[in-house]
Design a protein around this ligand. Structure first.
Ligand code: NDP
Length: 298
């Protein structure tokens, strides 16, 4: 039996998409502006193509115009930079997203640096990350997946201030910004990574765990303090003969065990996953509002 409350990311993401759609139609009515998101996809990775397709669908569903550029695997970095520069100058585009990973012959840092920070809806520009890390500074955008994790905590009224938080994983796109965000919310944050000795001793102290590793069921029930809140970012395929595809997706956290110990837990799928795209839509709206000085009415 599950004693933990299951955090319904799918429902929260739907609520957010509806809120975004309302604001977009108000913006269109009042100032005639429609937010636009440009996506650049290089190469033919199937997973990347799926993510891009889902982002486009989500844009359509809330009334964001989407612009897509697809480049061949063997295209040059210069070509990618040229498209970024055009989108930087295009007033109908408010957000620019380069689907990662890029082919290995391209320099990811050069490409991410080229996106103007006012349109950096993924929040991956080093200036936005730097501002996230600094006291008294604010990034223009926060990366979508970690922002989605914090938004889940907020919408479930889970207090963060003064709590002990442990982030497992330190990638630029999830773990590191998640730790920075928790710290900005006044949690006391520890980071566990692949060189951490006895990670379970650290996670057992956590009131809140955000796991972004990519290892199926790594976090066992015994790693979790009773009553802790667990946010599982991991998406890992495991063999499943009963599934028509031959596999199913699980998180980093062993749901079966951990849900008996925790007070709240996100499922995989249906937890953090849907929040990521909802945050992308919300960042794109935020960008259009800021560029056109359109305010929220409260
Ligand atoms: P990365 O591979 O970039 O980073 C993984 C991190 O986990 C690294 O910091 C690594 O440590 C750490 N790590 C690896 N093995 C261990 C271990 N045994 N113990 C402790 N730490 C370990 O992955 P991402 O951050 O990009 O993604 C993480 C997971 O989240 C993946 O499953 C991915 O599919 C999923 N994901 C989900 C998203 C969503 O929308 N829900 C969005 C993005 C990612 P080190 O730094 O030492 O190498």
């Amino acid at each position: 039996e599950t004693s933990a409350k299951v955090i319904d990311g799918k429902r929260v993401a739907k609520d957010i998409r509806e809120e975004v759609a309302v604001e977009i139609s108000r913006m269109k009515d009042e100032i005639g502006i429609i937010p636009g998101l440009a996506v650049i996809l290089v190469g033919d990775r199937k997973d990347s193509a799926t993510y891009v397709r889902n982002k486009k669908k989500a844009c359509d569903s809330v009334g964001i115009n989407s612009y897509e550029v697809r480049l061949a695997e063997d295209s040059t970095e210069e070509e990618v930079l040229k498209h970024i520069s055009e989108f930087n100058d295009d007033p109908s585009v408010h957000g620019i997203l380069v689907q990662l990973p890029l082919p290995s012959h391209m320099n990811e840092q050069n490409v991410l640096n080229a996106v103007c920070i006012e349109k950096d809806v993924d929040g991956f520009h080093p200036l936005n990350i730097g501002r996230l890390a600094m006291r008294g500074r604010d990034p223009l955008f926060v990366p979508c997946t970690p922002k989605g994790c914090i938004e889940l905590l907020h919408r479930y009224d889970i207090p963060i201030k003064g709590k002990r938080a442990v982030v497992i994983g330190r990638s630029n796109i999830v773990g590191m910004p998640a730790a920075l965000l928790l710290q900005r919310e006044d949690a006391t944050v520890s980071i566990v990574h692949s060189r951490t000795k006895n990670p379970e001793e650290i996670t057992r102290q956590a009131d809140i765990i955000i796991s972004a590793v990519g290892q199926a069921n790594m976090v066992r029930g015994s790693w979790v303090k009773p009553g802790a809140v667990l946010i599982d970012v991991g998406i890992n395929p495991v063999e499943d003969a009963e599934s028509p595809r031959g596999y199913r997706l699980v998180g980093d956290i062993c749901f079966e065990e951990a849900s008996k110990v925790a007070s709240a837990i996100t499922p995989v799928p249906g937890g953090v996953g849907p929040m990521t795209i909802a945050m992308l839509l919300s960042n794109t709206l935020l960008s259009a509002k800021r560029i056109h000085n359109f305010r929220t009415v409260k």
